[in-house]
Design a protein around this ligand. Structure first.
Ligand code: NDP
Length: 246
């Protein structure tokens, strides 16, 4: 029997790497998409050593580039024979305030977060519809639901919630589930960029009193890509310790 295959964009580090590890531990074959070849090799080698029963391959690809994305998804399909899960985790945040914010920052955030999610979802759809089964999980953020200084980051993460609904409504006809998660502050590189004063200010606003752990993201992803979530379509799940409650 073929193993299930999961593609994780930005799976070379941070939250994406933890998701890749979670899927490898759960017996999936894994395709990791990112641009930094050294980080991809390190992650692929580490995970292959830990989970020798899973086939784990890295693919250098800029998700903003439609042609590169289509070529890589075709290559992955050829290698793994099927694409069961796509996790659109890759993201960019300029972390600029409006006084120094440029059109380049806007393009980086919109193209990576929103266009990249669209490109990968459409490429996965071409293969998943032939199988009549698939799961796609997109990444929004608390910053897609509240005001934030990096305006393109906020707009793109809001846009991902809308994109999730539109794709979900159409893809579910082919039994392809599209959902989204909106993490709060998670213990990764992005949060390490905050000063300790900034972090303490944020902690005061999180009812649970701590940042989230990587495993707490993977456990939601695992649920959203399993039969246990078979009636959840086009939803965005908050994973934020109570910071925002819709
Ligand atoms: P990181 O900044 O640590 O990692 C971003 C990942 O995206 C890297 O693997 C990077 O790889 C990849 N990436 C960026 N641009 C591209 C591109 N053009 N093509 C392909 N891959 C790309 O992010 P985190 O792990 O912190 O966050 C992961 C996701 O979770 C993001 O979508 C983020 O917005 C979201 N999020 C994170 C939160 C947190 O607290 N960390 C909170 C809320 C949401 P490379 O540079 O090699 O291409």
């Amino acid at each position: 029997m073929l193993k299930r295959t999961s593609i994780i964009t930005g799976g070379n580090r941070g939250i994406g790497r933890a998701i890749a590890e979670g899927f490898a531990r759960d017996g999936f074959d894994i395709g990791i998409i990112a641009r930094d070849s050294d980080e991809i090799s390190n992650t692929v080698n580490d995970l292959t050593e830990k989970y020798p029963d899973s086939k784990i391959k890295g693919y250098i690809c800029d998700i903003c580039n439609k042609e590169q994305v289509e070529a890589v998804f075709n290559e992955i399909k050829k290698e793994f024979k099927q694409i069961d899960v796509l996790i659109n985790n890759a993201g960019a945040n300029s972390r600029k305030k409006i006084s120094s914010y440029s059109i380049e920052d806007w393009h980086l955030e919109i193209e990576t977060n929103l266009t990249g999610t669209f490109n990968c979802s459409m490429a996965a759809y071409q293969h998943m519809k032939e199988q009549s089964i698939g799961h796609i999980v997109n990444f929004s953020s608390i910053k897609g639901k509240e005001a934030t200084s990096s305006v393109g980051y906020g707009a793109s993460k809001s846009g991902i919630i809308g994109l999730t609904k539109s794709l979900a409504k159409q893809f579910i006809k082919q039994n392809i589930y599209v959902n989204c998660i909106a993490p709060g502050f998670i213990n990764t590189g992005m949060t390490k960029l905050l000063s300790s004063d900034e972090l303490n200010e944020y902690l005061k606003m999180i009812p649970i009193g701590r940042v989230g752990e990587l495993e707490e993201i993977y456990s939601v992803i695992r649920f959203l890509t399993s039969k246990d979530s078979s009636y959840i379509v086009g939803s965005t799940i908050d994973v934020n310790g109570g910071y925002l409650m819709d």
